[in-house]
Design a protein. Structure first.
Length: 256
């Protein structure tokens, strides 16, 4: 009886699958028979991205009526969401430290906390049809505000904020659909981007009880970078910016 019941169930399941196929209804796992299924499926989730980044900002600042060399180090986690393909909101949070050099004298703050909130917008794109696109050029806009602090160490501590604006021109080259993408050691795509940038930096530096404010010497500059897609949803990225000193950042990011 048990064997007969199992046989009936299997036949009923096969008949149901045939009926669904005839109705044009297909499982989203049709191409992968090993994938699990669930009672409710979210077929098109909003793209989320997580990652880690480390960077250093080198700037010439005006501090106490003199020009000083400022360095800000950071190690942060990144979380972003793209409700639409052309718009992305992101946030960063992590550990930060500042360093001020006045002539031959230099001092470092301890580790502190901070983060940033920003948005990226793709304004205009040129390229072939997307179904066959191997390349495209996009003009975008990025804006963010960051607030960071460095804890007290050897009598020195810091807090600073930065408003950053970037107008990148992005050249995207895809290897998907070509023979190169069949090899795991080859990149799936890459982006080269560069454009004008603006950075408004100001903060407070306290050393041995004496507090002074500092501000960027030069706000206008240029920025650029390289993004290498190791997989369709995993990439490494490096950026450089020049104002009155070199700022750089590198990280690894994963998109769901």
């Amino acid at each position: 009886m048990l064997a007969a019941g199992i046989a009936v169930a299997l036949l009923a399941g096969a008949a149901a699958d045939t009926a669904r196929a005839q109705d044009g209804v297909h499982s989203r796992y049709e191409g992968d028979a090993t994938a699990p299924e669930a009672l409710w499926a979210w077929n098109d989730p909003v793209p989320w991205r997580v990652g880690v980044e480390a960077g250093r900002a080198g700037r010439t600042v005006k501090c106490g009526g003199a020009e000083c060399d400022w360095t800000g180090d950071s190690a942060e986690g990144v979380l972003s969401v793209a409700p639409w393909g052309w718009l992305e909101f992101y946030g960063r949070a992590g550990v930060h430290r500042g360093k001020m050099e006045r002539g031959a004298h230099s001092a470092k703050s301890g580790a502190g906390a901070g983060g940033a909130l920003g948005a990226k917008l793709n304004l205009w794109e040129i390229g072939p049809e997307r179904d066959t696109a191997a390349w495209r050029v996009t003009i975008g806009l990025q804006a963010e505000y960051a607030y960071r602090s460095g804890g007290e160490k050897d009598g020195a501590k810091a807090s600073w904020g930065e408003a950053f604006f970037f107008l990148p021109v992005d050249y995207h080259l895809s290897f998907l659909g070509t023979q190169r993408s069949a090899y795991a050691t080859e990149a799936h795509a890459l982006d080269l981007f560069a454009g004008p940038a603006c950075s408004l930096l100001d903060g407070d530096w306290t050393e041995n009880g004496a507090k002074s404010s500092f501000k960027q010497k030069q706000a206008a500059g240029v920025a650029g970078g390289l993004r290498i897609w190791l997989l369709e949803n995993l990439w490494i990225e490096g950026t450089l910016a020049w104002f009155d000193g070199m700022t750089y950042r590198a990280g690894l990011q994963y998109r769901f």
